[in-house]
Design a protein around this ligand. Structure first.
Ligand code: S3P
Length: 432
């Protein structure tokens, strides 16, 4: 287990580079794997989750080669026909890998088995097993199909009309990946909008995917390979945004961040808290909106986070809880019960770890209440193996008085393997 020790620097200044967006990277690999033609993906996430997706796709016979840089790969499209894997597909810690690949494999007429680490094997899979089974796939899993390992015997799918019980981009994308391989139309009704990278990329690859409010209507399609330039990961940017917004003497620029509105909840929440955030150099790259984000110290106030913004900020809620500790007044986070089934129970881990640092924070069944006191005190904390908790605690350690120890710091490499290097660079610039 890797331990990181942090102190609050006198100032936080500099430029932070992001790695490619994790969600877009998964989709660029998966969709190109079943497309016709060859594509280059530039700026691929170097996180372990995306490496899990790459490994699983390679095990089904897809040729994916790294080119001149580690974040540039070539995907040779299979045209839609994958090969039966010889062994269990290992999704590691990645819910996106397991859920999206289950949808993809549901359309393939062979058997595959998907498993992952202890955290992933405890996360709910019934939410994909049910719709994929309705489409005609034969899927079995532990506890009646509720948990991985999953065996998927696919092929012969029919389109369905399905109402998602939760606003989940993973479930939606899983059904869409089955839908492109099914006979007839697939209609998906969402309770609220979640990230729409699958819709955007499938359409750019030639599929007929139509969105009408929160409903998606799609038809089977043969995708055409698409070169993708992956924007920087806004979910990684969020850590630096909170660090700069809460530190009393900060000015941080985060370059090349994807600001797709279905992911941009962090911008709305921080602006609602009075943070000093500016979007510079707004542009569109590879069909996704991108900007540089400049954040300066601000005087934050508490806020309410709930309702339709939640799916657009779901991964950022632990670090928003850190920001709330430094805001004046009360912050309430509700409608976020999904946090309980992430890589850890993020309501419980956020509350327990920030409590160790003196936060005035209490657990709700579907969120938390934080009374901002304007400070945290360094303490010994643990990530509990969850990447976003490791990084939220790292940021808390840069803002707290005294010494913070983060155990399980290596978890950051699931989505942001250069996070601690960026911390070192920022600290070196302060002479700390
Ligand atoms: C993701 C969707 C979200 C998010 C996860 C990545 C995706 O999960 O928490 O980190 O790439 O589709 P849900 O869609 O299950 O909420």
């Amino acid at each position: 287990m890797v331990i990181r020790i942090l102190h609050k620097p006198a100032h936080l200044r500099g430029t932070v580079a992001l790695l490619g967006d994790k969600s877009v990277s998964h989709r660029a690999l998966i969709l190109n794997s079943v497309a016709q033609g060859t594509a280059t993906v530039n700026g691929l996430s170097l996180g372990e989750d995306v490496a899990s997706t790459m490994g699983c796709l390679q095990a089904t016979g897809v040729v994916i080669e790294r080119l001149d840089a580690p974040d540039v790969v070539r995907v040779v499209g299979s045209g839609g026909q994958l090969q039966e894997p010889e062994d269990v597909l290992d999704a590691g810690n990645s819910g996106t890998t397991m859920r999206l690949l289950s949808g993809l494999l549901a359309g393939q007429s062979f058997m595959s088995v998907l498993s992952g680490d202890r955290s992933l094997r405890s996360r709910p899979m019934g939410r994909i097993v049910e719709p994929l089974s309705c489409m005609g796939a034969k899927i079995a899993g532990r506890k009646g199909g509720a948990y991985a390992p999953l065996t998927v015997s696919g092929g012969g799918l029919k389109g369905i009309e399905y109402t998602l019980p939760v606003a989940s981009a993973q479930v939606k994308s899983s059904i869409m990946l089955a839908g492109i391989q099914a006979e007839g139309k697939t209609l998906i009704h969402q309770p609220a909008l979640s990230r729409d990278h699958t819709e955007l990329m499938m359409r750019a690859m030639g599929a007929n995917v139509v969105e009408d409010g929160t409903t998606i209507c799609m038809e089977p399609a043969q995708l055409t390979a698409l070169d993708v330039v992956v924007p920087g990961d806004i979910s990684s940017a969020a850590f630096w945004m909170v660090a700069a917004a809460c530190h009393p003497d900060a000015e941080v620029t985060i370059t090349n961040a994807g600001i797709n509105p279905t992911r941009g909840g962090i911008l709305e929440v921080l602006e609602g808290m009075g943070a000093n955030v500016a979007l510079l150099n707004r542009r569109v790259e590879g069909g996704e909106p991108v900007a540089d984000i400049l954040v300066r110290s601000g005087s934050l106030v508490g806020t309410e986070v709930g309702g339709e913004v939640v799916p657009r900020v779901i991964d950022e809620l632990p670090v928003i809880a850190v920001a709330a500790c430094f805001a004046r007044g009360k912050t309430t986070i509700r409608d976020a019960g999904e946090l309980r089934v992430k890589e850890s129970d993020r309501i419980s881990t956020t509350v327990s770890q920030l409590s160790r640092m003196g936060a005035c924070i209490e657990e709700l069944p579907d969120g938390m209440i934080i009374n901002g006191t304007g400070h945290l005190t360094g303490a010994e904390c643990t990530s509990e193996g969850d990447h976003r908790i490791a990084m939220a605690l790292g940021i808390a350690g840069l803002l707290a008085e005294g010494r913070t120890v983060v155990g399980g710091a290596e978890a950051a490499s699931i989505s942001y393997p250069t996070f601690w290097d960026e911390v070192d660079v920022i600290l070196a610039g302060t002479g700390a």
